[in-house]
Design a protein around this ligand. Sequence first.
Ligand code: GDP
Length: 295
Amino acid sequence: MFEALSERFESAWKSLRGQNKISAANVQEALREVRRALLEADANLQVVKDFVAEVSEKAQGAEVVSGVSPDQQFIKIVYDELVSVMGETNVPLKQVVPGPTVVLMAGLQGTGKTTATAKLALHLRKQERTALLVATDVYRPAAIDQLITLGKQIDVPVFDLGTDANPVEIALQGLEQARADGVDTVIIDTAGRLQIDQAMMGELAQIKDAVQPHEVLLVVDAMTGQEAANLTQTFHEQIGITGAILTKMDGDSRGGAALSVRQISGQPIKFIGVGEKVEALQPFYPERMASRILG
Ligand code: GDP
């Protein structure tokens, strides 16, 4: 992996080669390259600035370890810092005992929220855990139908009360149903809009207050690039998230959104979506994402 990075940053490294110390002067060009790479990967500008400042501080004056070239050492500092910012290790979905564990899904329409709800249920089923999906998007009958169809496909029950009921009521009754059935995880799919609006936020906050979820997962489309940062900030400030799922990582996104989401909310990305199929969900690993971002 470091070989690929070396090639990519070839010109920048020239300034570091042959030095026995990484100094302020010779690290500047390399830092510019890192900044460019992160922006190309669609990380948020402020997030990138903070990151580069941190790397700059760590790199300058770092004694060059014998047997390691300064450029290799610099790459390692950048890589380690990326992994560190993204949380070092995978953070699994919470599980409370006795259950049910309550998971609230949040996000804009079209990001893959409903698909991720089903993907998560399948992921749990593979671990011999049981789930109940709850459909609260009463504004789009198609969204309820979609969840029911997905539920059938993965053989996981779906609770809904049609489109005339109140979303908070649906969530509460769904939770009751899960308790009665002894299901260990309830995943509540919520309404998304094309853009953030106060009605959506208000409703989400009410559902959250009512069901007191153990997890609030923000579903973020990795292809939205810079927008991911604003979205995370707003949802985290107004609702409070406990983690995120980064979808559409099978596309050509380099995943800078992962850095933004983590840096802005301080909460871990728990999974990535890597396709339209229900099986296409993977745990999030900071090391893999760091390689991809620097790619
Ligand atoms: P929602 O409006 O947020 O509930 O979004 P949906 O779950 O309906 O997904 C919107 C579209 O994105 C659908 O066509 C999904 O098949 C697609 N989609 C969801 N997740 C992924 C993913 O990880 N990769 C790809 N390529 N497509 C996805």
